[in-house]
Design a protein around this ligand. Sequence first.
Ligand SMILES: NC(=O)CC[C@H](N)C(=O)O
Length: 222
Amino acid sequence: MKTAIIKFPGTTCDNDVLKALNEIKIDAEIVRYKDFDPDKYSSVIIPGGFSFGDYLRAGSIAANTETMKRVREMADDGKIVLGICNGFQILTESGLLKGALLPNLNLKFISKWVNIKVVRNNTLLTKKLQKKVLRMPIAHAEGRFFLNEEEAKDLMVFQYSDEKGNIEEKYNPNGSILNIAGIANEEGNIIGLMPHPERASFNLTSIDGSTDGLLLLRGLKW
Ligand SMILES: NC(=O)CC[C@H](N)C(=O)O
């Protein structure tokens, strides 16, 4: 079965995600948000960008579309739902994932390469990546994850770290609680992260040749 890559007006990363999935031979297609039929797909990715212009709050308008009701049906069936950056914002805004993505502490758009440590492996995408440190870029203005610490500890999957996996406040680019870069629901089938795995998928376009994004995306076929 196929992976759907949903395109809302303002989504910008759909083609890059498709290219990355092609690279690892995952059958996928881009689908316009209004045409999305959950029965046709075994997993779904909501890519990054500026859906509906980031008006109100990033992700809030897309979160209230019929499309997200259909994404919820897929999630309820246990299928993988992955939200990348703006996709993560849409998942929190729609309540599919807990927490909120607030404006970065410095109130600026931050574009830089970061290291993230995989701290939870009971999710469908990270079961083979326990304790791995992945290098990929972030590019966002509203990426400061917030949730009460107790729940955040249980749900967190990725934390900003150094290249050795040390998690310290100085590696936190945006002020996220507990250095959190991504979380998953308890069941581990809905995953959201701010860094972009598709931008760390090709030697040529990666700043230091990192293709760590593919390690994560590969989880779609495990
Ligand atoms: N890279 C993206 O997906 C853009 C992120 C988002 N809309 C923000 O600025 O917070």
